[in-house]
Design a protein around this ligand. Sequence first.
Ligand SMILES: NC(=O)c1ccc[n+]([C@@H]2O[C@H](COP(=O)([O-])OP(=O)(O)OC[C@H]3O[C@@H](n4cnc5c(N)ncnc54)[C@H](O)[C@@H]3O)[C@@H](O)[C@H]2O)c1
Length: 320
Amino acid sequence: MRVLVTGGAGFIGSHYVRSLLAGEYPAFAGAEVVVLDLLTYAGTRTNLPADGHTFVHGDIRDPAVVGAAMAGTDVVVHFAAESHVDRSITGAADFVSTNVVGTQVLLQAALDAGVGRFVHVSTDEVYGSIDEGSWPETHPLEPNSPYSASKASSDLLARSYHRTHGLPVCITRCSNNYGPHQFPEKVIPLFVSNLLDGKKVPLYGDGLNVRDWLHVDDHCRGIQLVAEKGRDGEVYNIGGGTELTNRELTHRLVAAVGADESMIEKVADRLGHDRRYSVDWSKIADELGYAPRVPFERGLAETVEWYTANRDWWEPLKAR
Ligand SMILES: NC(=O)c1ccc[n+]([C@@H]2O[C@H](COP(=O)([O-])OP(=O)(O)OC[C@H]3O[C@@H](n4cnc5c(N)ncnc54)[C@H](O)[C@@H]3O)[C@@H](O)[C@H]2O)c1
């Protein structure tokens, strides 16, 4: 079996690859693993083990590179994307070209190569913002940021390749991830690394935006269940973390690092800031037996410990 992982040098993709190579997904034991990654500012080979996989340094928007990497592939797990909402507000062009055009290039190559499974890793942000309750997979897509709009576009292209061509696509839509190896522009590693450096942490607006925090290991196990057992053409929400306001999260991080609350600095809110995300993940639980395993208290403590112990990993990335 040959598994092509796009974006495998980033936060979630590298966790998936490390788990796969460590034998945590027995159904894929012995698979040939190929990582395709452009190594943008967000990707680093220091996220990956030195061996056990083939690394292709290339762009998902390049049909020649993608066609060559796709040849002989059985399963595609597509993580590669521009992923940071704030960057999409100051410049959306790369989000459209990588997330939309790049995904279409991959889908076409997968169709041409006759792959048996294409998992498109999407996000709960495609649904927009919800004040109460949780979104089922059937909820309309109402993305609010250029990032989430580009992800919604790629999500719909993936769906269309199933409906039009019968490509065996599954789409996952997950809530906010946390864990080791997350690029230090995202809130948890940004705040932890700032606090470790004695710097203040910028809390957007009133701090009452709510996010569901899921450990990256739980997300990757959900993706793996979908890769193995998902039904063609279906969408699966992945959630079940811990819903917290940004203010609550910040207080926990300050306490975990042993700093004090004077380090919290309120800053102007993010433009178009979604108030709350919440997915209904009963479909993947009922159909595929998914359940998150990492309790937030433990996962967050281990994540803070990891950033504390791995300054060598994040310091150069923060300087990028
Ligand atoms: N981080 C989250 O909380 C979260 C939640 C739900 C879904 N997702 C989705 O999961 C996926 C992975 O997210 P992440 O947080 O690991 O992102 P990340 O930014 O850490 O990693 C993205 C990776 O994609 C690579 N990449 C970017 N453009 C590329 C291109 N044109 N060609 C090839 N490679 C390219 C980068 O080099 C990097 O290694 C994304 O599709 C994202 O939308 C993320």
